[in-house]
Structures are given as C-alpha cells and as structure tokens.
Design a protein around this ligand. Structure first.
Ligand code: C5P
Length: 353
C-alpha cells in the first residue's frame, strides 16, 4: 500500500423508506427517501504521482476500472476544477513551513471492496465522494460546498448524500439533500444476497406497474406526486426534524427508550420502500430474507434502495449480533453493524497512517 498516501473510508447508506413519484421529462423519477449512513465501508486510497491520467485499481473484478467508474468521473471533474485555477491551501510540512503541492499529475485510485456491487448500499456513489475528499487533500485544495454538490449530482443521484452523512432527507431525483437531526444510534443486521439488482431496470418495472394501475383505476400522475409528497412528511423522523430547534450536529444523543419508541413509530407509520413492490416479485428469495429478519426479531426490516441488500433494525446490539449469527449459520451473508451519526461519519472518514 506504500503507493498511496491517503486512505478514506467510504461508508455505506441504507434507505429508511423510499417513495417513488412521477417520471420526469428528464427521464428521472421524483423520489423521497431518508438516507442513513452506517458503519460498513469500503476503503478508497488515492495518490497523485508524476505523469498524467487516471488509473483505477481494485481487488474486486466486478469493479469497472474505466471511465464508467464513479471514482474516475469524480477524479476527472476534480482535476478539471484544479486546473481551472482552484488555489491550493498551503500544506504544512513537518517543520511547519509551507510545502508546494503540484496541481498536476497522475491520479491513482485503489478501491478496497468490502461492500456489495449493485447492492443498494450506495457503495459506488460513496467511493466517488471518498475520491473527491481524498483528492482535495492530495492537492491541498478545498472545493466550495456548492461546487462539491454540483460535481456529485452530475455524477449520480446517490452521491450528494455522502457530502452530508448521518441522517439525510433526499428529494428531487434523490440528489437534493437536507441534513436531518441524527436518528438515535441503532443496531442493525445487513444481509447482502449475491444477486445484483439494476436500479434503472427496477425503475422501468415500476413505470410498467404504475401505467397498468393508472389504466385500471384512472389515477393520474399528479395524484401519485401528491401522495409521494404528503405521506413522507407524516413520517415521525420528519416531524422530529421540523420540530428540532438545534442544528443537526448539536442535537443531543438519545438512546434507550427513545430509540425503541422511534423504531416502533417506524413500524406503526408503515414506512415502506416502494422498490419492494417491483423487486420482490422478481426475486422472491429477497422477500424471504425480509421475513427471516422479522422472525429473528427485527423491529423493522426493509430492502435498501433497489436492493439486493436488506436490513433489519434491532432494539440492542446483543439482539442484532445474535440474529446475525443465527442467519449466518442458516447460510445468509449477514453482518451486525450500527448507524453512524453525522459527527461519527466525519470523524471516522480518514484512515490515519
Ligand atoms: O443518477 P443515477 O446515475 O444513479 O441514475 C441511474 C439511472 O437510474 C438513471 O439513468 C435513471 O434511469 C434511473 N433513476 C431514475 N430516477 C431517479 C434516480 C435514478 O429513474 N430518481
């Protein structure tokens, strides 16, 4: 690993509820979701060396190493910003004097894959944002928040959430992100079935079902948008967000009874991921995993994004670990982990050398 000077943890996300709205003229779907960062992660290493170009390496053969990789697309854009005259902030050498940081060079990116590819955990998107942070450090530059958001949204709908971390409300096509107060730290079991689900294909299937339902019921697209917009704001996490008077980072930690109440609220409100309606009929084994999580004691279980990852929220770390162990014994790729607060997300992002 001596080639790489900077290592960044690219954390995964889960979706706690996901509502799909209308198909927009730009061929994206309107959606509402709550993204939640979790402690599982890949590691992205970056370095700038003499030469030019962008080279990607990975220990996983399923990761594309060409221009289609989100890390490549982010690196291209960060390099362009750097070339267009972004001023480097002086990097301090060990003796306290400012070091000259070359604003050119060959960008080397190594992706250590621990998260599933096409898994609904946002891994590729998170890898892309980790590359952005790594390169900012390598070039000793800082993009503005607006510039970061523009680049991230250009590369994919799921990238901007990783510029915030913790609990995040996603609107628009998922790229408009709003920090929410941290949810209480919650223990969960994440199951990663080996099947990969294509997100564009899942959206297409959703359109087919919506068109059929509209024909049968006479429902119009506007009704769907209204439903999408309204139901989501009845979620307890939103009322919590709206009533929060302190900024997100200043919200005191809550746990115990409060965490339990929130989990039960989630169940009562019937928060759902719309993708389950199209993904489960095609992959019945995923519906079965959700049932197993519920049987194992999950207070709430769901598909994450368009899958194929599923997760279950548990009342304690002990319960989550015991459930994961039993599921592993039964042949599931299960792991117990926790949600990450926004502060933890930022504190743990850079791997210290
Ligand atoms: O933005 P991203 O690259 O993740 O989108 C991949 C594809 O998923 C899009 O080209 C589109 O077909 C579909 N998509 C969508 N509505 C969204 C997000 C993605 O239809 N809100």
């Amino acid at each position: 690993m001596s080639d790489f000077s900077i290592a960044v943890r690219a954390f995964a996300k889960i979706n706690i509820g996901l509502k799909i709205g209308r198909l927009r003229p730009d061929r994206f779907h309107e959606l509402r979701t709550v993204y939640q960062a979790i402690a599982l992660h890949d590691v992205v290493r970056v370095d700038v060396q003499p030469g030019s170009g962008i080279e990607i390496r990975s220990d996983n053969p399923r990761v594309p190493l060409d221009e289609s990789n989100t890390c490549y697309r982010i690196a291209e854009r960060v390099l362009q910003a750097v070339r267009q005259g972004l001023k480097p902030s002086p990097a301090m050498g060990p003796d306290g004097t400012a070091e000259a940081v070359p604003l050119q060079g060959k960008v080397l990116i190594e992706i250590e894959k621990r998260l599933p590819v096409q898994g609904g955990l946002g891994a590729a998107s998170s890898n892309g944002v980790a590359t952005m942070f790594g390169l900012e450090r390598a070039f000793a530059v800082k993009l503005s928040a607006e510039h970061r958001q523009r680049i991230a949204a250009e590369v994919g709908s799921d990238l901007p959430l990783f510029l915030i971390g913790g609990t995040v409300l996603g609107t628009g096509r998922g790229e408009q992100v709003h920090p929410l107060p941290d949810l209480p730290v919650t223990h969960l079991v994440v199951v990663t079935p080996s099947v990969g689900v294509s997100t564009p294909a899942a959206f297409r299937r959703w359109d087919e079902i919506a068109a059929r339902e509209a024909e049968l019921t006479g429902a119009d697209a506007a009704g769907t948008i209204r439903e999408c917009g309204q139901s989501v704001f009845h979620w307890p996490i939103f009322s919590q967000a709206v009533s929060a008077s302190e900024p997100a980072s200043g919200v005191p930690a809550v746990g115990g009874d409060r965490a339990e109440t929130l989990l039960l609220d989630l169940v009562r409100t019937g928060i759902e991921n719309d993708f389950e309606r199209v993904v489960f009929p095609e992959y019945p084994e995923l519906r079965e995993v959700k049932r197993v999580l519920e049987r194992e004691g999950a207070r709430y279980a769901s598909l994450s994004g368009s899958g194929s990852t599923l997760y279950g929220l548990f009342a304690s770390s002990k319960e989550a670990r015991a459930a994961a162990e039993r599921m592993i014994t039964a042949g599931h790729a299960a792991v117990a982990t926790t949600t990450l607060t926004r502060a933890e997300y930022w504190q743990q992002m850079f791997v210290s050398n």
